[in-house]
Write a protein of this length. Structure first.
Length: 261
């Protein structure tokens, strides 16, 4: 059972500042379990009590879970002096203090990477999905500068699967990557044809860690270059194909259950 003050709950659900919420409560428009409540400090059991404002029942929620198709030119952080952040893409409905904590992106995508980015107030989920101990698999679609013919596709696949010695970048040291899986379009009997015939500049890569510029550095290690990168899935959750870059939606109850396990 979790108890919170009535005015705090209202202000964490978009009813304005604590002062605004106090006047709303004093106005007699707020009901708790069917009775008018004018006590701002009234302790609410968030799992049981029903709050109503005029005729509308408040759906009390502790956490928010959002799936975004991150677009390029925004950074995956909550603040940045220079660039727009993923939080700037959200509507005012999400620019409030939530009951369960601050809304933040789960992990990072580079500024020029698109695709699935989860945002939440649930620190436990963030930890589950980002802790290196949990080996959560992330799948990316990558477009490469140099198309790779079938012989080299086999070689790339073997190297990536056996643990690549990834080159250093800037202050980031070289490291041995955990086994990664590559899927080339030709392997799927040319489900989608490339403009290069047998050679493909397109590949899906699945990794279970999240080092700085990991995918780009892995392909740089084998002498190629990633020219476009999009994350398609994180653990059991895939990007909703209906979301255009920069769009987002809340996760469904089933998707939240899938992630929380
Ligand atoms: N690997 C990269 O190189 N960049 C990303 O944004 C994510 C994975």
């Amino acid at each position: 059972m979790k108890k919170e003050r009535l005015d705090k709950i209202l202000s964490h659900h978009g009813f304005g500042s604590r002062k605004d919420c106090k006047s709303l409560i004093h106005s007699g428009r707020v009901f708790v379990n069917g009775e008018t409540c004018t006590d701002c400090e009234f302790p609410i059991d968030t799992e049981v009590d029903v709050i109503r404002i005029d005729d509308e029942v408040l759906q009390i929620r502790e956490h928010v879970y959002i799936m975004m198709n991150k677009c390029q030119d925004v950074v995956s952080s909550t603040k940045d002096g220079l660039h727009k952040t993923v939080l700037d893409l959200l509507s005012s409905e999400y620019k409030i203090n939530f009951l369960g904590g601050d809304l933040h992106p789960i992990g990072r995508l580079d500024i020029d990477t698109e695709g699935l980015l989860l945002l939440t107030t649930d620190g436990k989920l963030t930890h589950t999905l980002t802790s290196p101990k949990n080996h959560v698999v992330k799948t990316y679609y990558a477009r490469l500068k140099n198309p790779v013919d079938i012989a080299n596709q086999k070689e790339y696949s073997a190297l990536f699967s056996s643990g690549l010695n990834v080159i250093a970048e800037g202050h980031e040291e070289a490291f041995v990557a955990k086994s990664a899986t590559l899927v080339w379009p030709n392997e799927n009997k040319c489900e989608y044809l490339t403009e290069f015939g047998d050679a493909s500049s397109e590949v899906m890569i699945s990794i279970s860690e999240g080092k700085y510029h990991q995918v780009k550095r892995m392909f740089a290690t084998v002498g190629n270059e990633v020219v476009f990168l999009k994350r398609i899935s994180v653990g059991p959750l895939s990007l909703d194909a209906g979301l255009k870059p920069g769009e987002y939606r809340e996760l469904t109850a089933d998707e939240i259950r899938l992630l929380l396990g």
